[in-house]
Structure formats: structure tokens, C-alpha cells
Write a protein that binds this ligand. Structure first.
Ligand SMILES: CC(C)=CCC/C(C)=C/CC/C(C)=C/COP(=O)(O)OP(=O)(O)O
Length: 565
């Protein structure tokens, strides 16, 4: 399936299209954050004091990590790596962890690694890091029919570990299909008997059933895990690690709030939204998305570019979907293809500010690139090109829906995969993510690589399943196209599209496995985008459009409340 619309393949208007089509305004929910972030002041002194406090703790954790390696006890190593990764501090020990997992992957599993919990942990950690570990390490837990042994039904810790591991399965890992179904049912039953708030395992099971780790927002999951880890028995808890995790979380959060406060003030000064109150005002949610794509301190510039891009794209999306007439939208689409501030004069007044905002974001990023060793205007061209693709495709959709001309499902998906923003977001992330992103990486991104298609499918369809009912009045989604095309009911179409999403996720897991010549940070960007869709979109609930109904507690846990130490 081709995934970028060619220049020029968006329709032009004829005379009858020129008259205004009156359609219901979306009446989106207002921003729910007030001035929480605008009023935040970053305290450099406190920040530096906390950094100093973490240094000896990091040293100690590094020693413990090396100790586990030197003892050559794989179970201990795996458990320790997991207790470093889950509370979000593994980015300090990337090389050490990578080296240890490489060794574990190339070593024959020892005798002490034979319970379900550790076997599944081994599978998950190795797959997460891209190692092609075989699903046959689970064979000994299967009965003669290839199903998980019934006797494992009471092993809650093991089943939870298996449930999380199976989220990384590919289409080849057939034995994990039944195993996952068995684990899910058993965990649901167990949930009824576990103390949910007062036990670590109870909290972990509850969270995993809401959203598996592999599909969650990394920083939110970190926050939830730290709370669960605090409830572990004394004998299972490492106090140094817990202290480091809490301090590090608060440090990261301080920097994230600083970025968000700057962005919120910029938004207030630009008055992008007060001029466009037909559009969603979602600066905070856009930043939450950017944070899910990259969270490390060295990626600050990248995060800010992503958040600004998302904010502009969000207003542009609402203009195409819920406000502009086809005549106005064609003028806007043409102006974007020219990518020239001179075009502003010909735009309707209300479009001028966000047209300029998008071009300014690109120019700022280009200036930032000039500080890099090898300035690359190529990166910016790619960014601009993806914005142009996006607007052309939005225009194609606006034409279909304003003229009530329902495309076939295949036609819709070809265009909808571009408006899923995946290529645009990953390209934007790559512009400032590392100073060494090469032309080859941008060419690879532009070539519609195999790893991109499943993420586009996941994003487009999860978004459509979530917003299908809300958008019924104003436009159409993939659900409508599928129903119409296959002559099935709404429920049947939703179930089918959910199956396509699950299949696409397995394809993504396949592409995630090494070897690949693409920097892992960039691949992480793909994973981040897909995860955000699982976080944000549920059946009939679009958490981006209605943050109070879904994202609010996640954003509070991740970006508002620090951890009490
Ligand atoms: C589409 C998608 C998965 C976007 C994720 C990235 C994101 C939050 C982009 C910001 C603005 C945007 C296009 C939101 C989706 O709106 P919408 O629900 O109205 O999307 P649609 O008009 O493309 O259906």
C-alpha cells in the first residue's frame, strides 16, 4: 500500500463547490488545565541539589548491576535489569544493560531460569531490546496440545509476567496466542480476590489489565510502577534503587514542567486558539504526546519541536475537518505546498496565524540545526515535505466528507495513513533527536519503511474506532468506509478493525527485532507514537479530544504531582 499522496493528486474545485457548505461545528470541550503550567517556575537551585543527591545512588546501582553480572546468575541479572527499567532509570545505564542482555541472549539458559516468571521476563526484556529470542523457551510450560498447563492457573506472578511478555509476540509466535488468552482470563479472575490497592502484585495486575506495559506511555507507567514497587515486601525491595527512581522521576518532571510552562506561555502570547475557538485547545495533551515519543533530558529541543508541531497540526486538522469551506481549504493547501510566507496575503484572515506558526516552527528548527556539527537543510526539507503531504491528504478527506462522497475502505486508508501523522511525527522527531541523524535515515523514513505501515494502521484505526460516534454528524471514519464496503454492521466493522490493529501490532513487533541499521532512538519514536494511540483512544472515547474523560489522571500523575519522598 503506497503511503504518501503524490503532489498534485488532490482534487480541484469546480463552480458548484465554491458555495459554502454549512455543517455543524464540533463544539469541542475547552482546555482543562487553566494556568497550572503557565504559572510554573523552575527552581534551578533545587534541581541542582537533587541532581547531586542522585549521583552516589547512581554509582551504587551501577555497582549492583555489575555485581549481578559477575555472579553469573542470570535470574538475578534479569530481575535487577527489570527493577531498573520499570521505574524509569535505565537510561542512565544503557550500555551496561545492553551488554548484559547481549550476553544473556548468547548464553544457553541455565537451570535456575526455569520458572514461568523468569522465562517470560527473559523473553520480554530480550524482545524489548530487539533480540530475536524464540518463543520456544515456553515449550516446557505447555501441555501435549500446545496449551499452557492448567496447573499454572494459580501462578499469578508468572501469568502476569507471561501476559506482559506476550504483548511482544509476532505472527510466528503462535503458542503465545492461547497462552495470552489463558493468562488474561486467569488474571481477571484473580483480580477479584487480590487486594488491589494495598499489595504490589494487586496494583500491577490491575494496571496491566487496563493497559499492558508494552502499550503504555513510558513515563506514566514509570510513575505507576514506582507506587507499586513501594508496596513490595521489604525483602524484595531495594531502597537505593527506590530512592534513585523517586528522585530521578521528580527531576525529569521538573524539566518537563519547565518546557511545558514555556510552551504554554508561548501559546498564550501567540493567541493561536483565542482566534480560532472552533479548534481544540490542547497544548498540554500535545506535550504529553511529545513526551511519549522521547523523554530524556538530551531530547528537550526535539520534544519542543514535536509539541509545537502537534499544536499547529491540531488546529489545521480542525480547520479541515470542522470549519473551513472547500474554497478556503484549497487556498490553504496550495499555500502550504508553496511553503512561502508571501502566500499569507492570499489566505483568509483566520488562517494566517497558523500558516505562519507552522512555517516559523520549521525555520526555528533549521536555525537550531545550524548549531549542529553538520548543518543539514535536508532534514528540514523532509519535515516540510511531510507537512505538505499531511495537508494534501487532509484536503482529499475534506473533499470526500463535505461532498458526502464516501470512499472505498482502501482509498480511505491510503489517505488516512498519511493523516495519521505517523510519518510527520517520526520525521519531526528525527530532525533534532540526535546530532548525527544522517541523510540515509531521512531517505529511509521517506521510503515508507516496513516498520512504518503497521504503526500507521494502528494509529489511523484506533483513532477512527474512538471517534466514530462523535464524528458521525460531521464527517466519516474508516468504520463507515468499512461498513459500506463490506456491508456489515457497525459492531462487526469495529471488531474487524480491532483485529486489523492487533495484527498490525504483531507486524510491528516483527520489524522491531534486530538487525537494523536505524538508530534505536528513532525506532523508539515509532514505538512511542503507537503506544500513545493505545493510551489515548478507546472504543468510543477519544482521549485527545476529551482529555477529562481519559488522559487527565495520566497527565496529573506524569506532569503535575511530584512523588513524595
Ligand atoms: C490522527 C492521529 C492518530 C493523530 C495523533 C497525533 C496527534 C495527537 C495529532 C494532533 C492533532 C490531531 C490531528 C489529532 C487527531 O484528530 P482527529 O481525531 O480529529 O483525527 P482525524 O481528523 O485524522 O480523524
Amino acid at each position: 500500500m503506497a503511503i504518501t499522496a503524490e503532489v498534485g493528486d488532490y482534487p480541484s474545485l469546480n463552480d458548484t463547490d465554491q458555495k459554502e457548505i454549512v455543517w455543524p461545528l464540533a463544539n469541542f470541550a475547552k482546555d482543562i488545565w487553566g494556568d497550572i503550567f503557565t504559572s510554573y517556575t523552575f527552581d534551578q537551585q533545587v534541581y541542582e541539589m537533587l541532581v547531586m543527591e542522585t549521583e552516589p545512588l547512581k554509582k551504587e546501582v551501577r555497582c549492583l548491576l555489575m555485581e549481578a553480572r559477575n555472579e553469573r546468575k542470570i535470574v538475578k541479572q534479569l530481575e535487577f535489569i527489570n527493577t531498573i527499567e520499570r521505574p524509569g532509570i535505565s537510561y542512565h545505564f544503557k550500555d551496561e544493560i545492553e551488554q548484559q542482555l547481549e550476553e544473556i541472549f548468547t548464553t544457553k539458559p541455565p537451570k535456575d531460569c526455569d520458572d514461568l516468571t523468569t522465562t517470560a521476563l527473559q523473553f520480554r526484556l530480550l524482545r524489548q531490546h530487539g533480540f530475536p529470542i524464540s518463543c520456544h523457551i515456553f515449550d516446557e510450560f505447555m501441555d501435549t496440545n500446545g496449551k499452557l498447563k492448567n496447573s499454572l492457573g494459580g501462578d499469578i506472578k508468572g501469568l502476569l509476567s507471561l501476559y506482559e511478555a506476550a504483548q511482544l509476540r509476532t505472527k510466528e509466535d503462535i503458542i503465545l496466542e492461547d497462552a495470552l488468552a489463558f493468562a488474561t482470563t486467569s488474571l481477571k479472575h484473580a483480580q477479584a480476590t487480590l487486594p488491589l490497592t494495598s499489595s504490589s502484585i494487586g496494583q500491577q495486575v490491575k494496571r496491566a489489565l487496563e493497559l499492558p506495559l508494552h502499550k503504555g506511555h513510558e513515563r506514566t507507567e514509570v510513575r505507576y510502577y514506582i507506587s507499586a514497587y513501594e508496596l513490595e515486601d521489604d525483602s524484595l525491595r531495594n531502597e537505593t534503587l527506590l530512592k534513585l527512581a523517586k528522585l530521578d522521576f521528580n527531576l525529569r518532571q521538573m524539566l518537563h514542567k519547565k518546557e511545558l510552562s514555556e510552551l504554554s506561555r508561548r501559546r498564550r502570547d501567540l493567541k493561536l486558539i483565542s482566534k480560532h475557538d472552533y479548534a481544540r485547545d490542547r497544548m498540554v495533551e500535545c506535550y504529553f504526546w511529545a513526551l511519549g515519543i522521547c523523554f530524556e533530558p538530551q531530547h528537550s529541543k526535539c520534544r519542543i519541536l514535536l509539541a509545537k508541531t502537534l499544536e499547529a497540526i491540531s488546529i489545521i486538522d480542525d480547520t479541515y475537518d470542522a470549519y473551513g469551506t472547500l474554497g478556503e481549504l484549497q487556498i490553504f493547501t496550495d499555500a502550504i505546498q508553496s511553503w512561502d510566507l508571501k502566500e499569507m496575503d492570499g489566505l483568509p484572515d483566520y488562517m494566517k496565524s497558523f500558516y505562519k506558526a507552522l512555517l516559523d516552527i520549521s525555520e526555528e528548527a533549521e536555525k537550531e540545526l545550524a548549531n549542529y556539527k553538520e548543518p543539514s537543510s535536508y532534514a528540514i526539507h523532509c519535515y516540510n515535505d511531510r507537512c505538505k503531504d499531511y495537508c494534501r491528504s487532509e484536503y482529499v478527506e475534506a473533499n470526500w466528507f463535505q461532498k458526502q462522497d464516501l470512499p472505498t475502505f482502501d482509498e480511505y486508508m491510503k489517505v488516512g495513513m498519511v493523516t495519521s501523522c505517523v510519518n510527520l511525527l517520526v520525521t519531526a522527531a528525527s530532525v533534532l533527536m540526535t546530532k548525527s541523524t544522517t541523510k540515509e535515515v531521512f531517505d529511509w523514513l521517506a521510503s515508507a519503511p516496513k516498520i512504518m505501515e503497521p504503526i500507521m494502521l494502528v494509529s489511523r484505526l484506533l483513532n477512527d474506532i474512538a471517534s466514530h460516534h462523535a464524528e458521525k454528524e460531521r464527517s466519516a471514519t474508516g468504520v463507515h468506509c468499512y461498513m459500506n464496503n463490506s456491508n456489515v454492521s457497525e459492531e462487526e466493522a469495529m471488531v474487524k478493525l480491532e483485529e486489523i490493529v492487533e495484527d498490525a501490532w504483531k507486524d510491528f513487533n516483527e520489524e522491531w527485532i534486530r538487525p537494523t541499521h536505524i538508530p534505536r532512538d528513532i525506532l523508539n519514536g515509532f514505538l512511542g507514537v503507537a503506544r500513545l494511540c493505545f493510551v489515548c483512544y478507546k472504543r468510543d472515547l477519544d482521549g485527545y479530544t476529551e482529555p477529562a474523560k481519559l488522559l487527565k489522571p495520566y497527565i496529573i500523575a506524569t506532569l503535575v504531582d511530584p512523588i513524595v519522598i
